[in-house]
Design a protein around this ligand. Structure first.
Ligand code: ADP
Length: 371
């Protein structure tokens, strides 16, 4: 059996893709689950609907996207009662993301009891980051007791895209260093050395690092204390402000990069500043990861913004010729696979991400049926 169903559950949505090998047999999105006038009353009904409309026989596995694996899961894992209980214990680390995935897993275990369910974690690829890259300089007892450290996210995307980059370069993965820039609604940068993540920009949660659609990315943590004490905001209000009303939305009132780019092109100063803040942050991470890696063979852009915006790519990497980084304007404008000039010391790539395909591959590998 070569078929794998990939499920990505949000609090009110269920995104699915059915693969046979790398062929997509079916895909879709069930939305506004549990809401009035939505597609289904609950995740159970949503999955039941999927089983009624899509042929789910002959499944080798179901692969579930789970955002947070904490330090308990360093690889994709076949779900049993104990694994499900551990994912539940991790909810405090990812209260916005893990509950929906757990619901999806529980419903799928009930409705497809004979099919192995595999949890594929966004954090797992980053388990190889060395201690000095995950520890923060805080009280060690507090850190230990509450699991306060960098975990990192978007792992399936960074894993897939860094492997694909080695393929584009025609080099063995083990001997290739890549900086991957996943720029979508959520955004993160990762340094990958020989196929292993060694640094990444997201931390305990997906809030830190780059400027995102609605998330602030890096800020001084004292901003939180100040907003609480001086502005009188509650912790929930501050979290909402930083995660849902920050980023591009906070800077411009628009969370969609296309809109921000259009406003910038028509001379809007707020949009121009937001663009500059985004690009500046990207340069800071690229510079830092060049130093962490010592040598980068490639820098790869992926996801909605990374795959489609020549302006952001040029804004992030322009003027870095002294570091061996250059962009060919025509290749960049055409979103070509390689956008640096021939012979550049660092190859700059655009590689579309395939997170669902990577989850399917991980699920197959976890149940031991290879690639
Ligand atoms: P998600 O993180 O939800 O998977 P995507 O990877 O699809 O999101 O990225 C969404 C972002 O990509 C949005 O900000 C959108 O404006 C941006 N985007 C999509 N197409 C383009 C484009 N042609 N130019 C610039 N930005 C784009």
């Amino acid at each position: 059996m070569t078929r794998v169903l990939v499920l990505n559950c949000g609090s009110s949505s269920l995104r699915y893709r059915l693969f046979d090998g790398s062929d997509v047999l079916a895909k879709g999105l069930i939305q506004r689950i549990g809401e009035e006038g939505g597609d289904a009353a609950g995740h159970r009904e949503a999955l039941q609907r999927l089983m009624d409309t899509v042929d789910l026989t002959e499944l080798a596995a179901v692969g579930h996207r789970v955002v947070h694996g904490g330090d308990r899961f360093t690889a994709s894992t076949v779900v049993n009662d104990e694994v499900a209980a551990t994912i539940e214990e991790l909810i405090p680390l990812a209260p916005l993301h893990n509950p929906a995935a757990l619901t999806g897993i529980e419903v799928a275990r009930k409705l497809l009891p004979d099919v192995p369910q595999v949890a594929v974690f966004d954090t797992a690829f980053h388990a190889t980051i060395p201690p000095e890259g995950v520890r923060w300089a805080i009280d060690r007892e507090v850190a230990q007791r509450w699991g306060i450290r960098r975990y990192g996210f978007h792992g399936t995307s960074h894993a897939y895209v860094s492997r694909e980059t080695a393929r584009v370069l025609g080099r063995p993965v083990e001997d290739t260093n890549v900086i991957t820039l996943h720029l979508g609604n959520g955004s993160s940068a990762t340094a990958v050395a020989g196929g292993r993540s060694v640094a990444t920009s997201m931390g305990l949660s997906p809030l830190s690092g780059l400027v995102m659609g609605t998330r602030s990315g890096d800020i001084d943590p004292s901003v939180v204390f100040h907003l609480h004490r001086v502005a009188g905001m509650s912790l929930d209000e501050i979290e909402d402000s930083l995660t849902r009303r920050g980023g591009l939305l906070g800077l411009t009132g628009d969370n969609d990069m296309r809109t921000v780019l259009e406003r910038r092109a028509s001379g809007d100063p707020e949009a121009a500043l937001a663009f500059d803040v985004c690009c500046r942050r990207l340069r800071e991470y690229v510079g830092s990861y060049l130093a962490v890696l010592g040598r980068a063979d490639a820098i790869t852009f992926t996801a909605g913004v990374g795959e489609n915006s020549p302006d952001i790519r040029a804004g992030a990497l322009g003027g870095l010729e002294a570091l061996g980084i250059a962009i060919d304007p025509e290749r960049n404008a055409r979103n070509e696979r390689i956008i640096s000039p021939d012979g550049s010391p660092v190859t700059v790539c655009v590689v579309p991400t395939e997170e669902e395909l990577e989850i399917a591959r991980e699920a197959r590998q976890a149940i031991g049926s290879g690639h």
